[in-house]
Design a protein around this ligand. Structure first.
Ligand SMILES: C[S@@+](CC[C@H](N)C(=O)[O-])C[C@H]1O[C@@H](n2cnc3c(N)ncnc32)[C@H](O)[C@@H]1O
Length: 285
């Protein structure tokens, strides 16, 4: 099992996501002879997991069942043991797009000054079989930089004082330049970052916030206006209705006094601020 290549069958040492329900998943490492307790009973790794297909439905010892899923970066994001505030897919998707990332891109990101976190991250990359693609450095990016010069297509910063790392980012970029992103929760951090980016001749500086706007779709029954005495063609069937989600014709009830139609209402308030994403381009040297 690897995070970058799908495997058919579960093997000893694999990471498997146990899916108990949409809001309840747990990652486990498969070890022969081991057992994992769930609310549906125990899962025996040797008999219930090893050799089974990823995606199988597995019956636990108390008779309930779970799905055993192949990890994906997205599933890992919602299941990983938290050590710090992490990024979620809404921001990750935007960052990937705006940094122009593609297979083979060199990205400077994983420098970590906290020794244990750096160690744990390196072990995780190894366990997920992406260790050969990622180098973890245990150093202070603001003092010591990324430890590389002239190699990066993109730089991503998610630290409290990104402005202190910008001159190091500049050195890490390839001569032809590249794209930088800095993630900060507070607008004051954004302001200092933008000023420093300008001082270092970065171009196309822009800051955005990505919020998901989920519409509430429901059927509503509305009273019909009184159109007066009925003529040949009834006016009530021509009532305009806001079909925001689907093109379903409104249905008038038998007495023609009301009409039922689908509506989609956006939320009144947009919760979910995670941070501001500041992007910039480092021009060719
Ligand atoms: C918010 S977390 C990054 C989370 C990561 N983007 C993710 O989604 O998993 C910030 C991390 O940067 C580290 N850090 C903060 N300042 C640093 C610095 N100057 N040099 C290296 N690491 C730093 C912290 O120890 C922390 O682990």
């Amino acid at each position: 099992m690897s995070f970058v290549k799908y495997s058919e069958l579960i093997q000893e040492g694999d990471v498997v996501i146990i899916f108990l329900g949409h809001d309840s998943m747990m990652p486990i490492k498969v070890e022969s002879g081991a057992q994992t307790q769930t609310r549906y009973g125990a899962i025996r790794h040797s008999t219930d997991l090893i050799g089974r297909r990823f995606g199988s439905k597995v019956t636990c010892s108390k008779g309930g069942w779970v799905y055993v899923l192949h990890p994906t970066p997205e599933l890992w994001t919602v299941n990983l043991p938290h050590r710090t505030q992490i990024l979620y897919t809404t921001d990750i998707a935007n960052i990937t797009l705006m940094l122009d990332l593609k297979p083979g891109s060199v990205v400077c990101e994983s420098v970590e000054f906290h020794a244990q976190r750096a160690e744990k991250a390196a072990q995780e990359f190894k366990d997920h079989k992406v260790g050969h693609l990622v180098t973890v450095r245990n150093q202070d990016v603001c003092k010591d930089g990324f430890g590389v010069v002239g190699v990066a297509d993109a730089v991503f910063l998610d630290i409290p004082s990104p402005w202190e790392a910008i001159m190091h980012a500049k050195k890490a970029f390839k001569r032809k330049g590249g794209r930088l992103c800095s993630f900060s929760p507070c607008i004051e951090q954004v302001q200092r970052t933008c000023e420093t980016l300008l001082d270092h001749d970065f171009e196309e500086i822009c800051t955005l916030e990505v919020l998901q706007r989920i519409h509430d779709v429901r059927s509503v029954t509305l009273p019909l206006p009184d159109f007066g005495p009925e003529e040949k063609e009834t006016e009530s069937t021509k009532i305009a209705c806001d079909h925001t989600t689907e093109d379903i014709p409104p249905t008038a009830n038998p007495t023609n006094s009301s009409v039922t139609c689908k509506t989609a209402t956006p939320p009144r308030e947009m919760a979910g601020h995670t941070g501001y994403l500041t992007f910039a381009t480092k021009p060719r040297d």
